[in-house]
Structures are given as C-alpha cells and as structure tokens.
Design a protein around this ligand. Structure first.
Ligand SMILES: Nc1ncnc2c1ncn2[C@@H]1O[C@H](COP(=O)(O)OP(=O)(O)OP(=O)(O)O)[C@@H](O)[C@H]1O
Length: 315
C-alpha cells in the first residue's frame, strides 16, 4: 500500500551554499506527488536526501516511522530496499541487454532462482510494454524505451516508494503522454508512493495528487494538486504558467519593485490573455480495466466542489 514519507525541518547545504532550508512536507502513502522548481533549486538533492544518499544538516525524514537521517549505513541499506529510483537516463548498464539490466537488482539483492527471476522480469517488462525487447542493448533502443526499462528495473523489488528524476526529460510530447499514462496506471496497480521531479508543467498539472514547489531555498508550497493549480501565490502561478513575469528570474530572483510592476501589469490583462492560467486541468485517469484506488472518489469530490465554487464566483 506504499508508505508515508514525513519530512520535517529539513535543511541541506554544501559548504556555505544553502540549497534549501526548513523543508517540511508529508508524501501521503500510495499517492503521487510532483516536486517542481527552477533549475538548481535542489530537487535532485532532495530526492537523494530522501533515499539517504545525502545527509541533511538538520531535520528528519521519517519513512514508515523511522528517521532515516539517523540510521547507520547497514540499516540504510535495508531501508533503501523500499525504494525504486528511475534516474534521468534510466541508468542502465550499456553492455547488458534489457533482460539482464532489469534482472540485476534481483540477482544482487535476493536469493531467488533464475526461473523466479525470469517470471518477475517478464512481468515487469510486460507492465511497461517492453516484452519482445529482452535481448536489446540500451544503445539500440529509443530514449523512451530506456526510461521504461529503467522503470521496469525500479519495479522488480516491489518497492513501496518510487522516485522519478525528470522521467520526461528528452522525450517528445507523445512519449511524455504515454509515460504519464504508464505512471498513473502503475500507481493504481501497485499502490506505491510516487515522487516525481519534473519541469514538464503539462505533466505536473495532470498526473499528481500533490504538488510542491521549491524556490529561493524554500518549499514555497506543498499541497493537493487542485489547490496549487488554483493558487494565487505569484511564484506558483508564474511557474505553472511558464511565464517570464513574476518573482522567478533568469538566474536568480528579481528585484522586488520589478516583480510588483510586472504583476500589476499582468493582473490587468490576465483574464483576457491567459484565461486558462488558473484552470483546473482534469486529472489523468487510470486506463480502462484498471481498478481505481479508493482515493479517486475523494479526489473527484474535491474537484467537483472546486468547480462548483469557481462557477459561483464567475457568475
Ligand atoms: N554533491 C554536491 N556537492 C556540492 N554541490 C552540489 C552537490 N550536488 C548538488 N550540488 C549543488 O546543489 C544545487 C542544486 O542542484 P540540483 O541538481 O539538486 O538542482 P535541481 O533543482 O535538480 O536542478 P535541475 O532542475 O537543473 O536538474 C546546485 O547548485 C548544485 O551545484
């Protein structure tokens, strides 16, 4: 059923460079969360801290009630078995075919027989649509297939938590759409807790239950998707609408007076220019034949209520 990850007061720096400070959030068990933020705000560092690859300066990361920031290396090794991680490029071994790449964690971390390994590898390859490509080398397949192979490998140990580091990077929009559907379907099927780091706003709008945004060394917001999509917070709105006007600048934050001027100009023209900017994009549903977890009813109710309130406000 996935496990909850509870982060409290987390701070990370490298030397004098504070990456983010006092980050607190709860990734609810079995739900899909997305972490957004301009480049360099420390999203990858956040993923690595969750899995115990980096030690924070302060704060705690409780996974199934255990604070992993206080564990010794051999205890961490056990906790890491709860995780599946999909790295940006799939992180496959170039000299191994897809079958052996996907079988690798099972051969490394379990004592399963080769016939049991075969059953599991083929089951996961089927889940990600790669049956028939067992003998191919990573260099012989497309970027989208490499991501799916990386995902199959992340699934073989039946993880309770899956971390995705920019799963959509380098993919065309159609492949991104297929991958998003795969993520939603998988989440409904295996019920693990998912955290996705992405720059793709269309994905962030449709796929998760929750969205977080890192900016200026802080977690600006973290909450249900529909709350962020309809939020008035200027950083959130600028990011979700991919605009230049707002607090986020090219390299660093902008001058306060400039931001105020831009936001004032924008509020006068926004409704006409960008009517969809607060739009509650429909949530991507699991495909036909896939049973929806019970929380889908609650999501549908929350969204219907927001739409009702918006309709009343628009009258
Ligand atoms: N091991 C490390 N040692 C020192 N600095 C690091 C280390 N890892 C990351 N950083 C620094 O931390 C900052 C955040 O990096 P990170 O890769 O997490 O950003 P990001 O938000 O994932 O960026 P992007 O969206 O461009 O992938 C960067 O300034 C980076 O140089």
């Amino acid at each position: 059923m996935g496990v909850e990850i509870c982060v409290e007061g987390l701070t990370k720096s490298f030397g004098h460079q504070v990456i983010w400070q006092d980050v607190s959030l709860t990734l609810p068990a079995g739900e899909v969360s997305v972490m957004l933020g301009p480049s360099g705000t420390g999203k990858s560092v956040f993923l690595k801290t969750l899995v115990g690859l980096l030690k924070p300066d302060r704060g705690s990361v409780k996974i199934a009630g255990r604070d992993i920031t206080r564990l010794r290396e051999h205890e961490l090794y056990e906790v890491r078995k709860l995780f599946g991680v999909l790295f940006q490029d799939g992180a496959l071994f170039g000299s191994m075919n897809l079958y052996d790449n996907i079988a690798f964690p099972l051969r490394e971390h379990t004592r399963k027989s080769e016939s049991e390994i075969r059953r599991i590898v083929l089951e996961k390859m089927e889940m990600v649509g790669l049956i028939g490509s067992e003998a191919k080398l990573p260099g012989e397949i497309s970027g989208g297939m490499r991501k799916r192979a990386g995902l199959a490998r992340a699934l073989v140990l039946d993880p309770e938590i899956i971390l995705f580091d920019e799963p959509d990077s380098g993919l065309d929009p159609v492949r991104v759409a297929y991958l998003n559907q795969l993520i939603v379907d998988l989440n409904a099927q295996i019920d693990a807790t998912f955290l996705i780091v992405t720059h793709d706003i269309a994905s962030a709008r449709q796929v998760p239950d929750n969205i977080g945004l890192l900016f200026r060394r802080e977690l600006v917001m973290f909450g249900p998707r529909e709350e962020l999509l309809t939020s008035d917070e200027p950083v959130v709105r600028q990011f979700l609408n991919g605009r230049m006007q707002g607090p986020i600048g090219m390299a660093e934050e902008k001058d306060a007076a400039q931001v105020e001027q831009e936001l004032a100009a924008l509020s006068g023209s926004e409704t006409a220019q960008a009517p969809g900017s607060r739009a509650l994009t429909p949530r991507l549903l699991p495909g036909p034949g896939i049973t929806r977890p019970p929380r889908w009813e609650a999501i549908a109710r929350r969204e219907a209520e927001l739409r009702r309130r918006k309709a009343v406000a628009d009258v």
